[in-house]
Design a protein around this ligand. Structure first.
Ligand code: GLN
Length: 283
């Protein structure tokens, strides 16, 4: 190889090297700009999360970052066990509310009549348990806007001669302890006319065994029970009309306002109806 040729090769090698450098520089540039974009979007996400949290710093919860819902998971279709999981309309609504508030939903499954004390003593943020708004309960907790219309209905054995609420005089009525069914029947018919059970399903089983003459319980739950237990029917005439709402500690207007805003949005954007339709099939 003469000098000239060497020179040409050297030039070629140099230009190749430059090209390689160029391209590697270009690669680095692309990587850098990708990194930059990633960093920017991460920063944007952090900013958005911060804004979200900032918007919610007003919403103080029992455990920061969590929204503790207490319920009694014996109340299908609103809350019930599905394997190890607690599911139902209230669970999904509260999950959607928690999501809107940037909080993680935690469920505490306790006796129905322990829910209000749990909120009053500040151990849970809210109670969502197909809970009916009553004047008495309003003395102890604040209620959100109503999210469901409900009824108390009368379940009887198929062969029963009870045809309406008036026929309950002198009969023994099974109820779930501490529920509006319990409260109203006790007030109307007297304590002796009421047999209290800790679970609605236990009252229904007592009815099939003729230990009680009727069961008074919430309409949607009654439908589920009657589907599962043969030989029973629900009277057309309901016992009461009620409204379900979420309960929070008295005076916790920040949480209450946030819940009401979330309920309003969920109703408006159709999420609410979708949740209800999932659990209550249109008849
Ligand atoms: N709606 C009834 C009440 O509030 C029953 C609710 C329930 O059993 N979970 O008392």
């Amino acid at each position: 190889m003469n000098r000239k040729t060497t020179g040409i090769w050297a030039a070629a090698a140099l230009s190749l090297m430059l090209a390689a450098c160029g391209s590697s520089a270009a690669t680095t540039d692309t990587a850098a700009s990708a990194e930059k974009t990633e960093a920017a979007s991460a920063a944007e996400e952090t900013k958005q999360a911060a804004e979200k949290t900032e918007g919610n710093t007003a919403v103080k919860t029992v455990t920061p970052g969590s929204l503790i819902m207490c319920t009694n998971a014996e109340f299908p279709p609103y809350e019930f066990h599905n394997g190890n999981e607690i599911v139902g309309i209230d669970v999904e609504i509260c999950n959607a509310i928690a999501e809107k508030l940037g909080l993680k939903l935690e469920i505490e499954d306790i006796a129905f009549d322990a829910i209000i004390p749990e909120i009053v003593s500040g151990k849970a943020d809210l109670g969502a348990a197909g809970m009916t708004v009553t004047e008495d309960r309003k003395q102890n907790v604040d209620f959100s806007d109503s999210y469901a219309h409900a009824t108390q209905v009368i379940i009887i054995r198929e062969d029963s001669d009870i045809a309406g609420p008036d026929d309950l005089k002198g009969k023994l009525v099974g109820v779930q302890q501490g529920t509006t069914g319990d409260l109203y029947v006790s007030a109307d018919l007297g304590d002796d006319a009421v047999e209290r059970y800790s679970k609605g399903m236990e009252a229904v089983q007592a009815l099939t065994q003729s230990k009680v003459d009727a069961v008074i319980i919430d309409g949607e739950t009654a439908k589920q029970y009657v589907k599962e237990v043969p030989g029973l029917r629900i009277l057309d005439e309901s016992y009461t009309d009620e409204e379900y709402a979420v309960a929070v500690q008295k005076g916790n207007t920040q949480l209450l306002d946030a819940i009401n805003t979330a309920i309003g949005e969920l109703k408006k954007d159709g999420t609410f109806d979708k949740i209800v339709e999932k659990y209550i099939k249109a008849e």
